[in-house]
Design a binder for this molecule. Structure first.
Ligand SMILES: [Zn+2]
Length: 177
């Protein structure tokens, strides 16, 4: 096999740096970046100042269905869906969408509930057909949920917040409402 060009090598390092800064885990870096594990660990330590955490990704579909998480996951996934046709590959859409999601949440003075790993896991749940978007019958917004569920009369978490949620919230425009 031909040796990787210096340019390609630099591109992979740049990608790794971007992903590490966004909070990607080692497991994800190994899957997406064409650099050795040692190299990735070294980069990770340089950027984060500590070793990457070990262990598997523990998220389940149900995590995305709780009240605040569902709003954030829906916001992120709607952005991702818009980015996808423009992107050269899904990873590019993921990076752009995650940054836009962070900006949108910060602009509203709130904290990001989704971290990069959760955002990526969400995309994988969609890709594998475990999750789907459903349109709210009241506001028309698109919200993430279990695939193959009966959606007739579906009302989203914004239109029907749990009583403990208190103040009324406006659906972010990006949900397509
Ligand atoms: Zn709604």
């Amino acid at each position: 096999m031909a040796q990787k060009s210096v340019l390609e090598e630099a591109r992979q390092v740049q990608l790794a740096v971007t992903l590490i800064e966004l909070g990607a885990r080692l497991q994800f870096l190994e899957a997406e970046v064409d650099l050795s594990r040692e190299r990735l660990v070294r980069l990770y330590k340089e950027i984060k100042g500590s070793s990457p955490p070990k262990g598997l990704l523990p998220f389940s579909v149900d995590w995305y269905l709780t009240w605040i998480a569902n709003i954030h996951a829906s916001l992120f996934y709607n952005i991702y869906r818009c980015m996808l046709p423009e992107a050269a590959r899904p990873l590019e859409a993921l990076i752009k969408a995650f940054r836009l999601y962070q900006e949108q949440v910060e602009a509203q003075g709130e904290e990001a509930v989704l971290d990069f790993t959760r955002a990526w896991t969400l995309v994988r749940f969609f890709d594998s057909g475990m999750m789907e978007l459903a349109a709210c019958t009241r506001c028309g917004g698109q919200f993430v949920g279990h695939a193959h569920e009966n959606r007739s009369g579906y009302v989203c978490v914004l239109c029907r917040p749990p009583s403990r949620a208190g103040k009324k919230r406006r659906a972010p425009d990006v949900l397509g409402a």
